[in-house]
Design a protein around this ligand. Structure first.
Ligand SMILES: O=C(O)c1ccccc1NCC(=O)[C@H](O)[C@H](O)COP(=O)(O)O
Length: 238
């Protein structure tokens, strides 16, 4: 799956124009100092789930309970766009994570100007040198960077001091969730902020990861909920 996504991304990047937006607000730094911290994700669809029906007041609810909002900007597989991120950034005071398959500086410029505060770099998607260059460029713009790992091999590509490191429980080829592999990997990371990403659906999943981290990137459980506030309360143990 990931090979196809990346091949499509190369074509998308080649046809990218200059971003029409100009960033006006300062870049926000995420704060994950609560007992449980949720980065709540907005996407219209995903390859593993299908289509989501987005509630009208979703940004408002997320802003009440989450510590940051993750916005998918990939269009083909997740139904997102930079325009969508730009609109969301105008409606919240939370830091925004631009979640995309970033392979080029141009995408970082779009993320920055559209209002993102954090970008995602997926280690599996990048050569070691490219990963470092994109990381340095995002830092130069003042953005935070979430470095995403899937396997232990990914660790070999990180020769810099990554502050925010996430472990995605979803295998990018099969799309299957493996929480045990993720827990093993997360315990090997020495980063200031560690994030458990994907497949966190309920309070039990949170409890399972709490010995390893207290920051969670959650999309599906919130997006398919009929009562998003109650789902937040369950996940946050309120
Ligand atoms: O979610 C997918 O189907 C997917 C497929 C291929 C590559 C990436 C994919 N997901 C990206 C993510 O990392 C998740 O959107 C994010 O961690 C939230 O996960 P979830 O809570 O399971 O929606």
């Amino acid at each position: 799956m990931i090979e196809q996504i990346l091949a499509d991304k190369v074509l998308e990047v080649q046809s990218m124009k200059v971003c029409p937006y100009k960033r006006t607000k300062p870049v926000l730094k995420p704060n994950f100092n609560d007992k449980i911290n949720i980065i709540a994700e907005i996407k219209s669809k995903s390859p593993s789930y299908g289509n989501f029906i987005l509630q009208k007041n979703i940004v408002e609810i997320y802003s009440k309970y989450a510590k940051a909002i993750s916005v998918l900007t990939d269009n083909k597989y997740f139904g997102g766009s930079f325009e969508f991120l730009h609109e969301i950034s105008k409606k919240t005071n939370l830091p925004i994570l631009c979640k995309d398959f970033i392979i080029d500086k141009k995408q970082i410029d779009w993320a920055y100007n559209s209002g993102a505060d954090i970008i995602l770099l997926i280690v599996r998607a990048l050569e070691k040198d490219k990963l470092r260059k994109l990381y340095d460029y995002a830092c130069f713009l003042g953005l935070s960077v979430l470095i995403e790992l899937h396997t232990e091999n990914d660790l070999d590509k990180i020769d810099f001091d990554a502050t925010i490191v996430g472990v995605n429980t979803r295998d990018l080829d099969t799309l299957k969730i493996d929480k045990n592999l993720a827990k093993k990997l997360i315990s090997k990371i020495d980063a200031k902020i560690k994030i458990a990403e994907s497949g966190v659906r309920n309070r039990n999943d949170i409890e399972e990861f709490l010995p390893y981290t207290n920051v969670f990137l959650i999309g599906e459980a919130l997006l398919k909920s009929n009562d998003v506030e109650s789902t937040f309360k369950e996940l946050l143990c309120m």
